[in-house]
Design a protein around this ligand. Structure first.
Ligand code: ITT
Length: 199
């Protein structure tokens, strides 16, 4: 069966294909870009889980195929969890990763390392055309650097240093990031659910 990846974020698509292919799922993974006629969903939820479900249901309804969606972001302790669900549009325009990262660094200023705790959060949702839904979550704890480092990954990866590592997420290999990331944890938790509900 066809399984729709309900995202237009290229960084997520790359990671999801790697995470899901490790599981050897029998499904054909098709990105949302294969359905350009389906309009982007308004992310009106107030939690990652709500927004992930909105995106998954929209694609499942529009395509008639099961759909999985990711809603994710960076939650900064000293900012009471911001940017959180607003991570993709923190500096205004949607998906301007560089501007988002620069604004966040400016907001933190020279706050000392012990106050630079943050985590990445991911909600992974599955929706079936009949309305069945499941959602699971993952997180990656770390601290925020004062300056970006590394060319891998996407989004805020150059400034988040995972606990127990000396590198930023953008300095990890793709496999290293997926092994510990919020997205890796959430989608690995979704795999038995996919096997159960989709066969
Ligand atoms: P879709 O809704 O089409 O999936 P999006 O980019 O709008 O794409 P989100 O609303 O979930 O997705 O926003 C996620 C943002 O959070 C993303 O743009 C990054 O800024 C940040 N983010 C999420 N996961 C990340 C990761 O693994 N590394 C770095 N930044 C990440």
């Amino acid at each position: 069966t066809r399984l729709i990846l309900a995202t237009r974020n290229a960084g997520k698509v790359t990671e999801l294909r790697a995470i899901l292919s490790d599981a050897g799922l029998p499904h054909e993974l098709v990105g949302a870009d294969a359905y350009p006629q389906v309009p982007d969903v308004k992310e009106t939820g107030v939690t990652f889980a709500e927004n992930a479900l909105l995106k998954a249901h929209a694609l499942a309804q529009a395509t008639g195929h099961p759909a999985i969606a990711d809603d994710s972001g960076l939650c900064v302790d000293v900012l009471n969890g911001a940017p959180g669900i607003f991570s993709a549009r923190w500096a205004g325009a949607h998906g301007n990763d560089r501007a988002n990262l620069e604004l966040l660094l400016n907001q933190l200023g020279d706050i000392a390392d012990e106050h630079r705790g943050a985590h990445f959060f991911c909600a992974a949702a599955l929706a079936l055309p009949d309305g069945t839904e499941r959602v699971v979550e993952g997180r990656l704890l770390g601290t925020l650097r004062h300056t970006p480092a590394g060319g891998g990954g996407f989004g805020y990866d150059p400034i988040l240093q995972p606990l127990n590592d000396t590198r930023t997420c953008a300095e990890l290999t793709a496999a290293e990031k997926n092994a510990i990331s919020h997205r890796g944890q959430a989608f690995r938790a979704l795999i038995p659910i996919l096997r159960d509900l989709l066969g």
